[in-house]
Write a protein of this length. Sequence first.
Length: 300
Amino acid sequence: MYTRLSYPNDKKGAKLTVEELESISSSFDESIVSSLYGLSPTSASLPWLFSSVNVLTTAHSAVRSLIYELKSDGGDSLLSWYLDNSLKVLDVCNRMSSKIERLYIHQARDLLADSEGEGMANIEELIRDLATSIVTSAMRRKDLPVDKVVRRAVQAVNFLTAFIAGVIYSALCSSSRAIACVYVPEEFPWGDSVRAIESTIVVESRCGEETDKKTRVLEGLNDVEAIDEVVASGGDGEVVGRLSEAAVGLEKATEQLLKGLYHLRDGVDELFLTMTRIRKEMVSEFRVSLWKGSLLEKPL
């Protein structure tokens, strides 16, 4: 049995048909496609990374609204499953925030040069675990129809979280390994949008038989590196003048890079706070339902 919350023009406790549930699921997929279309990047710059995190925050809030609208008589199994999965999202947020904070504190440039691959194994495992839930949960057969709709929406948003987290972490570590941890099943209509974004931000350059994947990220760093080349060259009076200009440019480029990291950190923190708030709301609602249930079962 499955219902939705009543609206002014609805009959109280109106049942949702399987067709209506499929329509809700399709609409959710379409909203993801629309969000990803707006994310089509020329490169994974810091502003783009910030925008992608905002998309995740909105998507997770949309899942919360979906859970609130749809009501199931399937007990607390769906809630327990959601709370477990949301913990994975919080873990990924913590790892991203930690990495961004370290880059910010160390003024980005030196740490970026020395931290390639640092801590990648742990974040790869978290991202892979979050992304693969979209496959393993799809194998469930005993869910009520409404639970399947909710699970599918949660799985979709979790996958997007894993994908974007992989992009962010790969960007900050100058590696594409974390992105390689995720794969979207063909059944999801927004898979092409994800693959389009991936093909844009991941560049393949062949050297002999080896394929080296690099992410086109942190465009501000290119300015810093170009200035460093001028500084390292030394030379005559003309070069000295260029060095003076380079010093100013280096300061501006570094400032811009740090500003971008600061905004990205705020975006990830907002996602973390949103997930924490959703978890608290759902736990509170669950406790209320238990309390009401105990009143109904209380003997007269």
